[in-house]
Design a protein around this ligand. Structure first.
Ligand SMILES: [Zn+2]
Ligand SMILES: [Zn+2]
Length: 122
């Protein structure tokens, strides 16, 4: 080993932070090591059907346990989508609820109004 090699600054493989201490260390912390290995594991196996199925089960479980959090993640994109959709329908002059042609010039078609779920807007 040359002196230069010894002076070499090693960086964490996960976050790039400089590492002090033992030479064989590849990560700045246990957290980085765990995350890095999890990611490596994921990329090694991500195309295997078994792995996909397992992940799906895991994800479904997580979603069930964190339903409120999950919904809140979707809420804003969903809202944006609704706003966009509505604008488009206003421009096209179709029913704001179902996107079908308006039959009597009101914001919602008679079918949607009949369902009563839709309140006619001013
Ligand atoms: Zn790190
Ligand atoms: Zn409609």
């Amino acid at each position: 080993m040359t002196a230069i090699a010894k002076e070499e600054i090693r960086k964490c493989l996960k976050c790039g932070k400089e590492i002090g201490g033992r030479r064989d260390k590849k990560f700045c912390s246990q957290v980085c090591q765990t995350q890095f290995n999890a990611l490596k594991h994921y990329y090694q196996h991500k195309d295997e059907p078994n792995f996909k199925a397992k992940r799906k089960v895991y994800f479904d479980k997580w979603r069930k346990e964190n339903r409120e959090h999950f919904n809140s993640l979707l809420r804003e994109p969903n809202r944006q989508y609704q706003i966009k959709l509505r604008k488009k329908r206003v421009q096209e002059g179709v029913c704001l609820k179902c996107g079908k042609p308006r039959d009597d010039g009101r914001n919602y078609c008679s079918k949607c109004r009949a369902k009563k779920a839709v309140k006619e807007e001013k």
